[in-house]
Design a protein. Structure first.
Length: 312
């Protein structure tokens, strides 16, 4: 659970899944939108309460969830961390909207794939407008409860669960430029244990490995054409596209996403024809973890390819 400590991980321990959260936010939006008769081609200007650049307002919800609405990848580095430990259960919406709002007025670079945490922060805001409740409340009510994901929570897993660990790579290349020293665990109650809560809908869910697989199995059933938390037709529309759509990297008969906040690494892969669901979790953002997540069981001859870079 932590380097230098004797406690081994257990089957019920919770793991930070980073940007796999994006697929949950997209599924949440699809569920809320279908219930209210809102199509994925609805312009963002009809859905968001925050002011948008006119070109961004014309982009569709589908484009937003496929990273094709033209938003920048991330807010400025100063917005990535906080100075005190946040309340994991408190709504992140007010902070998220303050961080997000200035970027919504920038001219978007539309039409091409541009992986964007800002885009999924906006998706969380839109979910709140449709659902009438904070994103965390909606995700628990609309995704975790019906799928029996009892371990789902937000931010770093609380004690006595595993702790995330810093790495040289995470300090140099990821959003965690001021994180713990390489190889050192981040205390559960440390402000350095996760990114700012503003990133919530883009990458701040934790849950057990069993629940991650349970979530993957529910998605696999939808991908096979079985109605579930949303109609299979709705899910097919959500995940139709090229390379990336609806919170998933797309391959032949397969969906995939990985995630890391620099201190953890997780990977979820779904083969609908099998069906087969594979998950990897680890409490380090080291190069070894990234290599493991990028190669284990991911064979191009089986259609298991990663066409785009995902993760935080």
């Amino acid at each position: 659970r932590a380097r230098g400590a004797p406690d081994a991980v257990g089957p019920d321990d919770r793991w930070h899944i980073g940007s796999i959260t994006k697929s949950m936010t997209a599924l949440l939006l699809a569920r809320l939108a279908a219930r209210d008769g809102i199509g994925l081609d609805t312009p963002l200007g009809d859905l968001a309460a925050l002011p948008l650049h006119p070109d961004l307002a014309r982009q569709s919800l589908r484009a937003l969830l496929a990273h094709r609405a033209g938003l920048a990848a991330n807010p400025p580095r100063a917005a990535w961390s906080v100075t005190r430990t946040p309340d994991a259960e408190a709504p992140e919406g007010p902070l998220r909207n303050r961080v997000l709002a200035p970027h919504l007025l920038d001219p978007p670079r539309t039409g091409k794939f541009r992986y964007s945490n800002l885009g999924y922060m906006l998706a969380g805001h839109i979910a709140e407008q449709i659902g009438g409740a904070p994103w965390k409340v909606l995700l628990r009510r609309e995704i975790a409860a019906p799928l029996a994901l009892g371990s789902l929570g937000f931010g770093p897993p609380p004690a006595p669960n595993p702790q995330g660990h810093g790495s040289l790579l995470s300090r140099l290349l990821t959003l965690r430029g001021n994180g713990p020293a390489p190889g050192r665990p981040a205390a559960h109650d440390s402000a350095l244990a996760d990114l700012s809560p503003a990133f919530g809908p883009a990458g701040q869910v934790h849950l057990s490995l069993a629940d991650l697989l349970r979530y993957g199995a529910a998605v696999a059933a939808l991908a096979r054409g079985q109605d579930g938390i949303v109609p299979a037709r709705t899910f097919g529309d959500l995940t139709s596209g090229r390379d990336y759509a609806g919170g998933w990297a797309l391959g032949p008969g397969a969906l995939r996403h990985n995630g890391s906040n620099g201190l953890w690494m997780a990977d979820l892969r779904i083969e609908s024809a099998g069906p087969r669901v594979t998950a990897l979790v680890t409490n380090t953002g080291s190069l070894g973890a990234i290599i493991a997540a990028g190669t284990s069981g991911w064979r191009r001859k089986d259609g298991w390819a990663s066409p785009v870079r995902t993760g935080s």
